[in-house]
Design a protein around this ligand. Structure first.
Ligand code: TRP
Length: 457
């Protein structure tokens, strides 16, 4: 029996499972917490337009390339390059990816902990009767208090490790198939509530009407970083998931479906949040506190606020959890396959070692302000370096690998399932990953870091 074969890797059992897991990875705090405040800080509609362009021209091809590397090699993010390019340095992509997984999971579980706490706050009606100032103080006090955020962070890490511990089919696939439909339902309910608020129109104008004067080198880099972060690309999470996809799956269809779902949820999150922000006369540039300070205030004043706040924070928790498992899986797959440890041990060990960095990250928010560079604390540094530097760099190297190192026939063979599928745009894809995507990433990257003197700050 196939299942008893110890050499057979664990993997996804169905097409829907692949989409649920990969879309679960992509749809996360990046869409619901990060996207709205980054849009708010970068001027609204114009940012959205640049973002959508990057999703299409860079996001989809990078995602497909990750699936190609993963399924072709049947290995983790580092082992994949060792197998496909033995004796070369390409596996530094994997090393960087595992580093990025540590960084991302550290600050991500900090925020995930906040979402869990806010779910508890919602349950116990803790926002009741508080005005904006009080809600601000509530968030700041909680965030900086040290112990409580740490406890919630650890609880969150425990849930994450629990699912990863159970394996790919019986853990990741099972839970994401259960959680993703709930997430989609909740976001739709929230959108309907938001657009029916009096004064909602102004928020929609902010989100959808581009003002091109607002586009600067920094805005474009932020859009690129957000695209990579939101799609979970550039660090090998989707190489790892790709290695669990069976040989029948149409990889380009999967990449499109996942991208579409992710983009839809980000836009829906914008639609759920900005009308409410404007309807209640709040500034959209609130930053990372947007969903934790602004939204409770709105829920406070809105009919049915208790219910909507509850489902909103539930939405955040679910979205975060289906993402954190994909990041932890990168490390676990590496430790178990390359270092030959069994999966369960690898999960416990990885979760604990990431938690160490995670703890410092949470503490850098308050009790340990000495961990900082300039005016960025450890949390800000990890977020900036991973999203805006490591992911675009990883993505650049991945497309270069697939476009220039791998043989064209190998790549076409993989996306067409050995010529069983007719992939009409395969030449376009090849052209994009060879030229368009690498040049675009490199330009945005250098420009954003101030190399052409266009840096506006
Ligand atoms: N995409 C997720 C989000 O938007 C975060 C995430 C999960 C991620 N896995 C990743 C980001 C891998 C980069 C790489 O919240």
């Amino acid at each position: 029996m196939a299942q008893l074969n110890p050499n057979l890797r664990d993997g996804f059992g169905s097409k829907l499972g692949v989409i649920a897991a990969a879309a679960g990875s992509a749809v996360g705090l990046g869409n619901i917490w990060r996207f709205p405040y980054v849009v708010g800080q970068n001027g609204g509609g114009a940012f959205l337009l640049v973002y959508l362009l990057f999703i299409l021209v860079i996001g989809v091809p990078v995602m497909l390339s990750e699936f190609v590397v993963g399924r072709r090699s049947q290995r983790n993010a580092l082992g994949a390059f060792k197998k496909l390019a033995p004796g070369t340095y390409w596996h530094v992509i994997g090393i960087m990816g595992i580093g990025a997984a540590f960084f991302i999971l550290s600050f991500y579980t900090t925020v995930s902990g906040w979402t869990l706490e806010y779910l508890v706050f919602s349950l116990s009606s803790s926002f009741e009767g508080k005005d904006k100032e009080e809600l601000n103080v509530m968030f700041e006090q909680f965030r900086m208090s040290g112990l409580k955020p740490l406890i919630y962070q650890m609880i969150f890490m425990f849930f994450t490790a629990f699912i990863v511990f159970k394996g790919v089919k019986n853990g990741i696939e099972k839970y994401t198939k259960l959680l993703m439909p709930a997430l989609l339902l909740i976001i739709v309910v929230l959108c309907v509530r938001a657009v029916t608020l009096p004064g909602a129109g102004q928020g929609l104008v902010f989100l959808f009407k581009p003002d091109f004067m607002k586009i600067t080198g920094d805005v474009v880099l932020q859009a690129l970083g957000q695209a990579f972060f939101s799609l979970s690309i550039g660090m090998g999470a989707l190489i790892t998931y790709g290695s669990y996809i069976n040989s029948e799956n149409n990889l380009s269809n999967s990449a499109f479906s996942v991208t579409l779902t992710d983009t839809l949820v980000a836009v829906l999150a914008g639609v759920a949040i900005f009308p409410a922000v404007f309807a209640f006369g709040i500034q959209p540039e609130a930053g990372p506190g947007l969903v934790f300070i602004t939204l409770p205030m709105i829920f406070e004043q809105m009919a049915g606020g208790y219910f909507f706040s509850l489902i909103f924070f539930l939405l955040l928790v679910i979205a975060a959890l289906t993402s954190t498992i994909s990041v932890l899986e990168v490390v676990v797959a590496y430790v178990s396959e390359e270092l030959g440890m069994n999966r369960k041990k690898a999960t416990v060990l990885s979760a604990i070692s990431i938690s160490v960095l995670g703890i410092f990250c949470t503490l850098s928010q308050g009790p340990m302000p000495e961990i900082h560079i300039g005016n960025r604390n450890l949390f800000d540094i990890l977020e900036f370096v991973s999203a805006n530097i490591m992911l675009p760099l990883g993505g650049l190297l991945i497309v270069l690998f697939v476009g220039w190192y791998m043989k064209k026939d190998e790549v076409f063979d993989e996306i067409s399932n050995k010529n069983k599928l007719k992939v009409r745009f395969k030449w376009l894809y090849l052209y994009i990953i060879k030229f368009v995507a690498p040049v675009a990433i490199a330009l945005v990257f250098l420009n954003g870091l101030g190399f052409f003197g266009a840096f506006s700050n």
